[in-house]
Write a new protein. Structure first.
Lengths: 419, 514, 62
């Protein structure tokens, strides 16, 4: 077989995994038990590989806070010193099939959603979404109130939710996405419909749980219209775990930012990152006095959902998100068309009625991005340099990552070919 | 005045559009000079020349779109930019038309597409032609500067697939009545043409049209088809196709002299042809052609007239005597120092024909593309004795469209030649084609009048001689174009050959007088 | 003699042109009454030769 044929066959395999993937939420467990390779003194952070000293303020706070939460240190200053001495390690979440949205981090004791791809057998993990309170570790804020919430999530919340999910026998995320097709979600930055549908599936099982905190947990879930996002991130990671094991493939399988750098991963080179300076998310601000100067670069792994065709890729499915962030219906359509130009496949489970019932484009081919000089656009929330959410909008993915990925992959293929 | 720049990274706008935008930009209030384009090396040179270069632009890649202007204020520049982009917006808002990113996407949505017209830079032509052929499309390749080995590869692939590959460097082709690339609009009729010279095909087809006949199909092979490395693949396929095509009753073949080995193969095929045919291979003698059972033509005019003879059409392009009368009239008010022909052509075929025709009368013509190396000018900007310049040469067109589309390429020639007191005759050719300038003759008549004023101030008069290649079906309308020239005092000849004959007569008379 | 059946087919069919190049070439064909499908061509990888080579090696991008 020629290299071209091998690449084509590998991409076919990856697209088979991506389009037939059937992520099912099966459990809630502490990271140390669920995530292979997780260690007590390891804290997973969003985005590509980064040295601790280079972390932006919100992530420093989140890492230190998580260390305190896990009992590794007494306070955040001590925690940070331990990080600097190497006694607490950090690593990119996606290298462990985990995703950390925004400034979220994952420590050993934190509960994670366990989602299994019933088609390929891969598993992915993500910490629960902490709710709509703006003071959360997820936006780089730590304090007594944040710790209290983290402890609740680790304790009663995880216990109740875990039992309900196990009782349900698994909740099929494809079914959720299918049911909510045409309800206006793009499922990365806007997912009230999916969160509702998910809650509807969960509540009967939750009501069967015998636990004093049961009603509080139900209220938390019912009040959180972004609940679905973190479950879906784990689902995408489950699919990508299998996709990342296909040599020769040029399909993008990971991406994320840590506020400083942005990186992508490609199926053919597994967990290798191709990075560049993190782009700024352009859009609206929650506070009108915020300016672009106050913004960190792209922060978080929630864009793994885009790797699987959600968010900006299927902007047309959630045109209201564009309206909110300063775009039009037409822009939404163009955004999806642009994604189609660089994608190898299309999902069939959630056709969009106002897009001729077409599905979400999926499977970004790095060759198409570089060759056509056409960049997919990712949706995202923006973070303040000092911590906290700044706003929401979209960013063109940086071309530099894709060019480096083409080089890296070609190099890898040459090695495999013995050239 | 201050230089302002607007850069849009990774936005590809074709030069045809940016030229139009440059024009709009320069019309705006408060703009001294402006330029719009992709930041190619050529673009950077141009703005360097006109003093608009900035570091920011120099740092751009050729994938970046740049608007630059010296303007009296930032406000003026902003408004000008808005004027350019709002035009664009209007278009995109009203048009629901879809534009594709690749041939395969286009063919997926339009499975009945059957021909691909390709005008990408030469180095990219092979890749695009391959895609088109593999998608089952016949090709008309306008791209030039395509390496010969690429041309051979695309044509061999086309032959293997039984598809027509017209070009590279195919400027003229009329398929099913359409005017592709830079063709004229022609009536349909019984003549099928295969030619290695775009101008040659267009010339003959236009005369057939004006004589009331027309063409079934015209197939441009590109100028290199009959060279050794390519071997005449397209010409041979074209002959086969027209021989088999029931709509084609007669066949016309046009080329410069083919390479020897190719000529032999070609003559063998022509010998077997069943349909009546006229062959004009510039530089081939009468016997070689007649031996194949074909009708010999001595030049492009003759080629058209011989073809018309087959259908008993006695169309005339005018007599030599008429030209002699005009010549006598033309030299009347010339000043003693007016001695030379200065020709400004938009393409190589007419340049060649003009120089050959005038060679004897002039005793030699200098050119940027001369007939003999010793008459070579360093650049097309020079003038030396009798001079003929091809404004279609790379030095004028690199990174720009063909002069038939971008009339501004040749425009400066008129006043430049007129400024020289030794200029007696200025020859101009004009080409009409759908993508071309909508009023190419009207575009230069002011300059022609101004040139005459300059000559008159010196006590002389310049003989402007022009020919227009096109038809009454062309949107520019050949009759309207010719009338505009006549009104400006230009001697309009029916063809380029006759224009050169008239110039020769004038030069002879000038020599006699001297 | 070559097989010219596909060429004769072209001559007998409605002409539908895929135009790879300036949009104006497609527009003037439409104005003449022919169907034209526009491909907005861009140089591969923004004209970057090294990327073009690597893409070619990896099987192209279309």
């Amino acid at each position: 077989m020629t290299v071209a044929e091998k690449v084509a066959a590998a991409n076919e395999k990856v697209m088979d995994i991506m389009t037939n993937g059937r992520p099912v939420w099966i459990d809630v467990k502490p990271a140390i038990e669920a995530v292979p390779g997780m260690e007590k003194n390891l804290i997973l952070v969003p985005g590509p590989t980064i040295r601790p000293e280079d972390l932006p303020i919100p992530l420093k706070t989140a890492v230190s806070g998580a260390a305190v939460h896990d009992g590794l240190a007494k306070n955040i200053d001590e925690a940070w010193e331990m990080v600097m001495r190497g006694e607490i390690r950090i690593a990119p979440s996606q290298d462990y099939n985990c995703g950390n949205a925004a400034s979220s981090v994952m420590s050993a004791s934190m509960p994670v959603f366990v989602v299994e791809d019933k088609y390929s057998g891969g598993r992915g993990y993500c910490v629960p979404h902490p709710g709509s309170n703006p003071r959360v570790l997820r936006w780089g804020i730590y304090g007594d109130d944040v710790e209290e919430n983290l402890s609740f999530i680790r304790g009663d919340y995880a216990a109740v939710l875990g039992e309900a999910v196990r009782k349900s026998g698994g909740i099929d995320l494809i079914r959720i996405l299918s049911k909510t097709a045409g309800m206006g979600d793009e499922n990365h930055n806007r997912q009230p419909a999916a969160s509702m549908a998910l809650a509807l599936e969960l509540v009967p099982w939750l009501l069967d749980v015998d636990h004093p905190a049961r009603d509080r947990v139900i209220k938390e879930i019912a009040a959180n219209d972004r609940f679905f996002l973190h479950v879906m991130m784990a689902g995408v990671e489950a699919i990508m775990q299998s996709a990342k094991k296909v040599p020769y493939s040029t399909v993008m399988t990971g991406m994320g930012g840590n506020g400083i750098e942005f990186g992508i991963q490609v199926a053919g080179t597994g967990n290798r990152w191709y990075t560049t300076k993190a782009p700024i998310i352009k859009g609206i601000f929650l506070n009108p006095t915020t300016t672009e100067k106050d913004l960190l670069g792209y922060l978080g792994d929630s864009c793994v959902t885009e790797v699987w065709g959600l968010g900006g890729m299927s902007a047309i499915a959630g045109p209201s998100y564009l309206r909110m962030t300063g775009g039009t219906f037409r822009d939404a359509k163009e955004r999806t068309e642009k994604a189609r130009q660089v994608s190898l496949g299309e999902h069939t489970f959630a056709p969009v009625p106002w897009d001729d019932y077409r599905g979400f484009p999926v499977g970004v081919d790095i060759r198409k991005v570089v060759g056509k000089n056409a960049l997919p656009i990712s949706h995202g929330g923006s973070a303040l340099k000092t911590g906290g959410q700044a706003g929401a909008g979209a960013a063109e993915l940086p071309m530099d990552c894709f060019r480096k990925a083409v080089e890296g992959l070609a190099c890898e293929v040459k090695k495999l070919e013995g050239e | 005045m201050q230089v302002f720049v607007k850069i849009q990274k990774n936005r590809y706008i074709d030069s045809l559009e940016t030229l139009q935008q440059t024009a709009v930009l320069n019309e705006q209030e408060g703009i001294e000079t402006g330029y719009v384009g992709m930041a190619t090396a050529v673009f950077k040179e141009v703005i360097e020349e006109i003093g608009l270069s900035t570091d920011e632009i120099q740092a751009c890649s050729e994938a970046d779109y740049v608007i630059v202007a010296s303007a009296e204020s930032k406000e003026a520049f902003k408004n000008a930019v808005k004027a350019i982009t709002s035009d664009e917006k209007k278009e995109s808002e009203t048009e629901e038309k879809k534009y594709y990113g690749s041939i395969s996407e286009a063919v997926n949505d339009h499975p009945r597409a059957n021909l691909c017209q390709i005008s990408v830079p030469g180095e990219y032509a092979l890749a695009e032609v391959r895609k088109a052929l593999n998608a089952g499309l016949h090709c008309c390749v306008f791209s030039n500067n395509v390496p010969l080995e690429d041309e051979r590869e695309m044509k061999e692939l086309a032959r293997e697939k039984g598809l027509l590959c017209m070009g590279p460097d195919c400027g003229v082709a009329n398929i099913n009545g359409s005017a592709l690339v830079l063709s004229s609009i022609n009536n349909r009729g019984p003549f099928g043409i295969v030619g290695a010279s775009g101008t040659g095909i267009q010339h003959v087809a236009a005369i057939l049209h004006e004589a009331g006949s027309g063409v079934s199909q015209t197939i441009g092979t590109g100028g290199n088809d009959l060279k050794e490395p390519v071997g005449g693949i397209t010409m041979l396929m074209g002959i086969d196709a027209l021989e088999a095509d029931p709509e084609t009753k007669y066949i016309i073949l046009i080329s410069r002299k083919p390479a020897d080995s190719v000529l032999e193969k070609l003559l063998a095929r022509i010998r077997e042809m069943k349909k009546p045919r006229v062959v004009f291979f510039m530089g081939c003698d009468r016997e070689t052609i007649e031996e194949t059972g074909s009708i010999y033509a001595s030049n492009l005019d003759d080629c058209a007239l011989r073809a018309l003879e087959i259908i008993h059409n006695d169309y005339s392009l005018g007599s030599l005597e008429e030209l002699k009368e005009i010549a006598k009239e033309a030299v009347k008010d010339m000043a003693p120092e007016q001695k030379y022909v200065r020709a400004a052509y938009t393409g190589g075929t007419y340049l060649d024909e003009g120089m050959r025709t005038m060679w004897e009368a002039t005793g030699g013509i200098y050119s940027n593309a001369p007939l003999y190396p010793e008459y070579k000018l360093e650049s097309g900007k020079e003038i030396q004795a009798h001079t003929a310049i091809d404004y279609g040469e790379e030095e004028f067109t690199l990174g720009r469209p063909h002069p038939a589309i971008d009339a501004s390429i040749r425009k400066p020639a008129i006043l430049k030649e007129a400024a020289d007191p030794s200029t007696a005759v200025i020859i101009l050719d004009f080409i009409l084609t759908p993508p071309g300038h909508m009023d190419p003759c009207g575009y230069v008549v002011d300059d022609i009048r101004k040139a005459q004023e300059i000559a008159a101030e010196r006590g002389g008069k310049i003989a402007f001689i022009a020919s227009v290649l096109g038809t009454t079906a062309d949107w520019q309308d050949i009759h309207k174009q010719e009338a505009e020239l006549r009104e400006a005092g230009v001697y309009v000849c029916r063809t380029n050959y006759r224009a050169a004959l008239l110039a020769s007569e004038i030069i002879r008379l000038r020599k006699e007088i001297a | 003699m070559s097989d010219v059946s596909k060429i004769l087919n072209l001559f007998r069919s409605e002409l539908i042109v895929v135009n790879v190049g300036p949009r104006s070439f497609a527009e003037v064909l439409e104005k003449q009454g022919y169907e034209a499908v526009q491909v907005d061509w861009k140089p591969a990888a923004g004209g970057d030769k090294k990327m073009q080579e690597l893409l070619e090696y990896l099987g192209g991008y279309e």
